[in-house]
Design a protein around this ligand. Structure first.
Ligand code: UD1
Ligand code: MG
Length: 455
């Protein structure tokens, strides 16, 4: 039976108090809606329709995807009306799974079992029994325990409010059935809305079995209606990510103090200290260690490298057995070979640095090609910017650059050259020689320091 998915995401999200539509607020680095999409794409449905409305085209343009169909709900008439909008854009047969854009932590496995429960002709709803059911739709059951209806809290009697089992908002049935039930909805309720949840009572009326699939994992149906719940959902996602890393054999100094805002791949025996942030796609090779308070965005780190605390690395390739930090800043388009050392307060940008080269203290290497076995002395900088254009510096293999050298690009330092400390290099430096550009040291005999006048 072909499967299709409707994601209802037209709501305004008033309680977010934001100019941004609710489903675009970020969780673990991606829009909330992207998490729902990831969970449903894994089901490989034939179509996914997202119902949007508030915030206009912001939502479709933030989440491009060839596999997505967008249905605009002009007026927010309720979740039932929203599903009606989606069905107008989806094939009329097969099974439709409907879920909400603001319940972003639902797992693919749970969705799979819900869809399986539809079977030949059933209505399946995902329910749960959270510690605090307030605000949510309650599941009412008959004498034999069969599901009878979903009652929204605002419409519920005190007895119904005391029910602990709630509707998570995920529901699945045959598309033709949904179409028939949705056509029969009324908005005769406390909120004056067409409730999707009313299809349960209609199904019971039609003699269709309603199956409640339950989830024990409280995070799965954590809805996001305000920023308190957004922060709670973020924590749940981060805990999940940390648990997955631990199970994969990564040592985390504290699983409560790591943030993965994207994808983190780790080899064997990786160690991550506290308060590190991983963004985009980060790959850490075997035996890599990341010190406390590091931020890594779109980085590959080779086997055996160590990044010491407070280092920032972005869009870069780090070779094997490198030593980075503490307090290093590695900026986009940087490629470090094996066994490179980048030390404290060294900034590297758009540069390649060959194997075993070192810049251990207080340097700026920008737009440079640095060879192997080069030593860059403390305080050395590439002057790569003339105020209008960027120029490249080439430093060949086995060069030693004395401390506090300025390399005024474009300039090339040839193989094996040594530059004396304090040089200002504006012309190419020959291979194998010592090049100096120093001011003469002068002694002024008898000079006296000025003193404050005594009053
Ligand atoms: C809904 C359910 C409730 C359930 C709860 C779980 C209904 C009537 N109630 O209540 O049983 O316990 O979710 O979180 O379904 N939306 C639209 N168009 C609309 C209205 C809503 O697209 O006209 C979307 C919203 O963007 C949101 C989702 O539907 O993503 C749910 O709407 P919301 O207003 O948050 O429903 P709840 O009151 O939370
Ligand atoms: Mg909600």
């Amino acid at each position: 039976m072909p499967l299709q998915v409707a994601i209802l995401a037209a709501g305004e999200g008033k309680r977010m108090r934001s100019a941004q539509p609710k489903v675009l607020h970020r969780l673990a680095g991606s829009p909330m809606l992207a998490h729902v999409l990831r969970a449903v794409r894994a089901l490989e449905p034939r179509a996914i329709c997202v119902v949007y409305g508030s915030g206009g085209d912001q939502v479709p343009s933030a989440l491009p995807g060839k596999d997505l169909t967008w249905a605009r709900q002009e007026k927010l008439l309720g979740t039932g009306d929203a599903l009606r909008c989606a069905l107008a854009h989806l094939p009329k047969d097969g099974v439709t799974l409907a879920l909400f854009g603001d319940v972003p932590l639902v797992r693919t496995e749970t969705l799979t079992s819900l869809v399986a429960a539809v079977d030949s002709d059933k209505l399946a709803v995902l329910t749960a029994t959270p510690g605090d059911p307030s605000g949510l739709g309650r599941i009412t059951r008959g004498a034999a325990g069969e599901v009878r209806a979903i009652v929204e809290e605002k419409d519920a009697s005190p007895v119904q409010r005391a029910i602990g089992e709630i509707n998570t908002g995920v529901i699945a049935a045959h598309t033709e059935r949904f179409a028939q039930w949705l056509a029969r909805l009324t908005n005769n309720n406390a909120q004056g809305e067409y409730y999707l949840t009313d299809v349960v009572a209609l199904a019971v009326n039609d003699g269709v079995t309603v199956v409640a699939v339950t989830t024990e994992d409280a995070t799965e149906f954590q809805g996001v209606n305000d920023r308190v719940q957004l922060a709670a959902a973020e924590r749940s996602l981060q805990r999940r990510a940390a648990q997955a890393l631990l199970r994969d054999g990564v040592t985390l100094a504290d699983p409560e103090r790591i943030d993965v805002r994207g994808t983190l791949h780790c080899g064997k025996d990786v160690t991550i200290d506290i308060n590190c942030i991983f963004e985009g796609t980060v790959t850490l090779g075997d035996a890599v260690s990341i010190g406390a308070q590091c931020v890594l965005r779109n980085v590959n780190v080779g086997d055996g490298s160590a990044v010491a605390p407070f280092s920032h690395i972005e869009d870069a390739e780090i070779g094997g057995r490198c030593r980075i930090g503490p307090y290093s800043r590695i900026r986009p388009a940087t490629v470090l070979g094996n066994e490179v050392h980048i030390g404290n307060f060294v900034e590297v940008k758009a540069s390649t640095i060959g194997a075993r080269s070192k810049a251990n203290h207080l340097a700026y290497i920008g737009d440079a090609s640095v060879g192997r076995d080069v030593n860059v002395g403390a305080g050395t900088i590439t002057c790569n910017y003339d105020g209008a254009n960027k120029h490249r510096t080439v430093i060949e293999d086995d060069v030693h650059i004395g401390s506090d050298t300025q390399l005024i690009a474009p300039v090339t330092v040839r193989k094996g050259a040594t530059i004396g400390a304090g040089a200002t290099i504006s012309r190419d430096v020959p291979a194998g020689e010592l090049t100096i550009s120093q001011k003469k040291q002068v002694v002024v005999p008898g000079w006296k320091r000025p003193r404050k006048a005594q009053s």
